[in-house]
Design a protein around this ligand. Structure first.
Ligand code: 3HC
Ligand code: NAI
Length: 693
């Protein structure tokens, strides 16, 4: 065995050379890995005793892509193209042996090998689109030559990881190896190739599948049309499509040049850095400065949920999906039955779309038990309360839980706004109480705000974060304050949206601006969807707000066919003359002369106060990092990923601009706009949120 460099070894097994990479955590193509590969392949090619070369990786995965942390830094070491050329033009067969994931540049390297073998659990993919770029090392030109244009389009625009068996069917890999025995199988495969004198198959020369699509522009037109909604606002999917078009219409080398041009366009644009930032931000959230990774977690084998309403049902599904038994407690049998039937309907809908088998539906339903007595939760390891949003009810529930739950059980509340410390105060074990704030629909939305109370113990925090990961959520640890991180910032936007309407904008103007910014919908369309009557009480309604008036007219949102908007039978919305009349009357009553408000003002008034609030959240220590706030907004509120999150966006537009707007609004409209001290300080020091440690 020869060490080519600290991350690459070259060894021999008879006449087969083995190039082994070992660069934790994911064997990304750093400068050292590229240099190692180049050196090892050059040596193996020059060694006359070597008949074939196997490329294999140590650790949990094959090469998972380019080293993203090197992006934007001056290039060092061998270029990836050099490495690929060396491999592809090797005069002896090269076999890539894949386990874990062959992703991005990793799959591109494997595509330069002449043959590929993988264990059944391995996956292949070109996920570059998720970080705002495209496969820039030949992936868009080689992939369609093997898997065909349709599958290549699907892979590069979704970034999906395709399992080895499917890869075998599409030709992306040539052989399956027994699980856990990749090295021996790869050696045997290499010997077979040598013995049978199989050709040095270069993917670049396989033209049949791309030629079949030539002269059929409708393939691309239909693909664009079918995915228009999903791709809206993103630059990378369209660039990926164009690169595949180039593979179809141009000779290989010209296609490579076009791929490079498109890659550079994305790379130097605004979206790729934002999406890269989000990639790392979503991995940072798990790192808790004072709760080390080795903090003991409480094993969660059984979960209790209190309340089978909108949230309780969705929360229960998460656990059933992860194979963890759940008991849901309700007050009345009718509410329980309704809750359980909604869960079943959700599963049945998924099954009807072919995404779940009938047996899976039954298995999951079988893990969910309904009950009417809190006592049934006595043996649960984690209990999540999702009853009405009222402090008196929550305290009563927690006081009773305190008497019932076993020692050491985690007692969580799904409250959206209420004080976790006050809830914890209803028990004699505040160290066991924590907020687990799911987002609606709870079985779909990825975000989980984990709210740490003043006395919450570290094992309880570690357990809540651990369970978040287990059920496929992205957990963000936050502190106690009204609305925590997400809803606290949302309140700023909601307030300004309402005020803008009083000043002269219409709800659909505000919605359009935020939709164009990249949100899935604006605040008024959102209210219509959620129901205008959340928190509205008919008996107390005195036509004091626009919403009161709408609800009093039974315009309670989509469910009643009208809200801020009018809806047709297909739930398409259109601006409503009724709403417009109510708004005009309100303005007249308040003595407001409406003014024309331009789109830029709408955007800044909705977004800048959120950024300012985010700064206050940071200075109060209610979020660990600015990037955690961005993760909350991206995964909980549909903030467009390609704009990095509100705090990233603040840095992007310039905090001096945000501050100057806040100051001028404070002067004209009062202290709701008071700039955060942190914002003042960062601007004074010419710094951004990105500079905070
Ligand atoms: N570059 C640098 N660091 C990377 C990385 C990469 N490509 N992929 C993962 N990492 C780091 C993560 O930041 C994390 O670091 P941390 O422990 O310090 O937080 C560590 O590796 C482990 O990552 P995960 O927590 O994500 O581990 P998982 O086991 O959950 O997932 C994975 C592994 C599926 C490989 C996942 O990390 C992943 O999807 N990585 C990104 C893959 C990717 O996007 N590849 C394409 C890169 S771009 C490219 O190749 C361009 C080319 O076309 C030229
Ligand atoms: P919901 O009204 O749909 O459901 C609440 C359920 O709790 C009802 O079925 C009710 O019968 C039951 N319940 C009330 N008291 C109970 C008790 N003592 N024991 C057992 N069951 C009891 O309410 P929803 O929307 O599910 O909200 C629940 C909690 O989740 C609230 O704290 C809310 O703020 C929070 N939340 C709601 C979100 C939403 O979008 N709806 C999002 C995130 C959090």
């Amino acid at each position: 065995m020869t060490a080519i460099n600290p991350v690459t070894d070259l060894s021999r097994d008879g006449d087969i050379a083995i190039v082994t990479l070992n660069s934790p955590p994911v064997n990304a193509l750093s400068a050292a890995v590229r240099d190692g590969l180049k050196g090892a392949f050059d040596a193996a090619i020059q060694d006359p005793a070597v008949k074939a070369i196997v490329l294999i990786c140590e650790g949990k995965t094959f090469i998972a892509g380019a080293d993203i942390s090197e992006f934007g830094k001056p290039p060092k070491g061998a270029s990836l193209f050099d490495v690929e050329d060396t491999i592809e033009s090797a005069p002896k067969p090269v076999i890539a042996a894949i386990h874990g994931t062959a992703l991005g540049g990793g799959l591109e390297v494997a595509l330069c090998a002449h043959y590929r073998i993988a264990v059944p659990s391995a996956k292949c993919g070109l996920p570059e689109v998720n970080i705002g770029i495209l496969p820039g090392a030949g992936g868009t030109q080689r992939l369609p030559r093997i898997v065909g244009v349709e599958e290549a389009l699907a892979m590069v625009t979704s970034g999906k990881h395709v399992g080895a068996k499917q890869c075998l069917a599409s030709g992306l890999i040539d052989e399956l190896a027994p699980e856990g025995d990749l090295r021996a199988a790869a050696l045997a495969f290499a010997r077979k190739i040598v013995r049978e004198a199989r050709p040095l198959r270069k993917v670049r020369d396989l033209n049949e599948k791309v030629e079949a699509a030539r002269g059929h522009p409708e393939i691309f037109a239909e693909f664009r049309k079918a995915n228009a909604r999903k791709f809206r606002g993103f630059m990378a999917p369209e660039h990926n499509i164009r690169a595949i078009e180039a593979a179809v219409n141009l000779p290989f080398n010209d296609g490579l040049k076009e791929e490079r041009r498109l890659f550079m366009e994305l790379f130097s644009g605004p979206q790729a850095p934002a999406q890269r930032y989000v990639f790392f931000a979503e991995r940072q959230v798990w790192k808790l400065p004072d709760v080390p990774d080795d903090t003991p977690q409480i094993p969660v084998k059984k979960v209790g949920i209190i309340g089978a309403g909108t949230m309780g049902g969705g929360i229960a599904m998460n656990f059933a999906n992860a194979g963890i038994p759940v008991t849901i407690v309700e007050v009345k049998d009718e509410a329980l039955k309704r809750g359980l039937s909604v869960i079943r309907k959700n599963y049945d809908n998924t099954a009807a779309k072919g995404r779940l088998s009938a047996a899976d539906v039954e298995r999951r339903m079988g893990l969910i038990t309904g009950a009417l007595e809190l006592e049934k939760l006595a043996d649960c390891d984690l209990i999540i309360e999702a009853v009405f949003e009222r402090m008196d009810i929550k305290k009563d529930v927690f006081a009773r839980l305190d008497r019932i739950a076993k020692d050491g059980a985690v007692l969580a509340s799904n409250t959206s706004y209420l004080n976790i410390d006050e809830i914890a105060g209803a028990t004699r074990r505040p160290q066991s109480v924590i907020g687990m704030h799911f987002f609606s629909p709870a079985n779909v939305m990825r975000l989980l705000e984990v709210v740490r109370g003043e006395k919450t113990s570290k094992p309880v925090i570690a357990t809540a974060m651990g369970i978040a990961r287990k059920i496929g959520k992205i957990g963000v640890l936050v502190g106690v304050c009204p609305g925590f991180v997400g809803n606290r910032m949302l309140s700023q936007r909601q307030r300004e949206a309402q005020k803008l309407v009083m000043e002269g904008a219409m709800p659909w103007d505000v919605d359009r601006v935020l939709y164009d910014f990249g949100f899935p919908m604006g605040p008024f369309a959102m209210s219509d969807l959620a129901g205008l009557d959340i928190g509205w009480v008919k008996e107390n309604s005195r036509s004091e707000t626009i919403r009161d008036c709408l609800c009093e007219m039974d315009r309670r949102g989509q469910k009643t066919g009208a809200g801020y908007y009018d809806y047709d039978e297909k739930r398409n919305r259109r601006p409503s003359p009724v709403t417009e009349k109510i708004i005009t009357e309100f303005r007249t009553k308040a003595g407001v002369t409406p003014r024309k408000i331009d789109d830029a003002e709408i955007l800044e008034r909705c977004i800048f106060p959120m950024i300012n609030e985010g700064a206050k959240i940071l200075e109060e220590g209610k979020a660990i990092r600015a990037s955690d706030i961005d993760v909350v907004w991206i995964n909980g509120y549909g903030w467009p990923v390609y704009r990095g999150g509100p705090m990233y966006y603040g840095d992007f537009v310039g905090l001096d601009k945000v501050l100057s707007r806040m100051r001028s609004w404070q002067a004209s409209m009062g202290d709701a706009f008071k700039p955060a001290a942190l914002l003042e300080r960062l601007v004074a020091e010419s710094k951004g949120f990105k500079d905070l440690k």
